[in-house]
Design a protein around this ligand. Sequence first.
Ligand SMILES: NC(=O)c1ccc[n+]([C@@H]2O[C@H](COP(=O)([O-])OP(=O)(O)OC[C@H]3O[C@@H](n4cnc5c(N)ncnc54)[C@H](OP(=O)(O)O)[C@@H]3O)[C@@H](O)[C@H]2O)c1
Length: 240
Amino acid sequence: MDRRRSPWRLTRRTAGEYPASPGVPLGMNIAVLGTGMVGKALAARLAELDHTVTMGSRDPAAHPDLAAWADQHGVALATFAEAAGGAEVVLNATNGARSSDAVAAAGEGNLAGKVLIDVANPLDFSAGFPPTLLVKDTDSLAEQLQRQVPSARVVKALNTVTADVMVHPEIVPGEQTVFVCGNDEDAKRTATNLLHQLGQTDVFDLGDLSAARGAEMYLPLWLRIMGRLGYANFGIKVVR
Ligand SMILES: NC(=O)c1ccc[n+]([C@@H]2O[C@H](COP(=O)([O-])OP(=O)(O)OC[C@H]3O[C@@H](n4cnc5c(N)ncnc54)[C@H](OP(=O)(O)O)[C@@H]3O)[C@@H](O)[C@H]2O)c1
């Protein structure tokens, strides 16, 4: 089977989750805010799946090799504001400690009404490794961003797996679970369908956006597992 041309065939319905119906047509305009390994992984894979992808940055020209990389992967480069403004769906893959600045630069007007999929983690490396969480228990980065841009429809997703596993879950042997949560059911459906297109087969809906607290607080455990395994290409499964 040609995975690239038949992403829907990789999906299956799991009780309690959204069906893997083609609710997000291929060929959407998607902005990926972030030029790091996550931004590159998501942008390249979404472009490969025939979406029109623009990668947002403070200044694309400030990254010397980025233009060649973008050209190779069929991804456009723009500022955060330009990328968000032209998109139907926006992914936040910026440094979690700076995501508020990136979203501010994207501009509330450019995000109004749009699905904003937040994959960032609020990690604080200021005291070295392992990082601590900048926000936890009673709040989350995703909720902060939602309060910052009330007109956007924030969905937390994919922050619980490493970049390669976000876009190629098949590199982990056996099915793994990824999560979505958010306050807007339609936005969650859009995000879930995009995750299915990426090959995620078990997308677990945690409920409203306050569930992002748990998804983000998983990071200390993720880091411990990664440290014990010695590699990052692993997942977890909600057995039910
Ligand atoms: N690495 C993983 O596998 C993984 C897995 C799950 C979740 N995450 C999360 O995904 C996010 C991206 O991770 P990453 O490793 O790809 O990249 P990163 O190095 O954490 O972030 C790079 C991005 O952050 C932006 N940024 C940095 N400082 C900024 C500022 N002051 N104002 C505005 N934007 C700023 C950069 O903008 P410019 O382009 O302008 O430089 C760049 O686009 C992080 O939140 C991370 O915790 C990572």
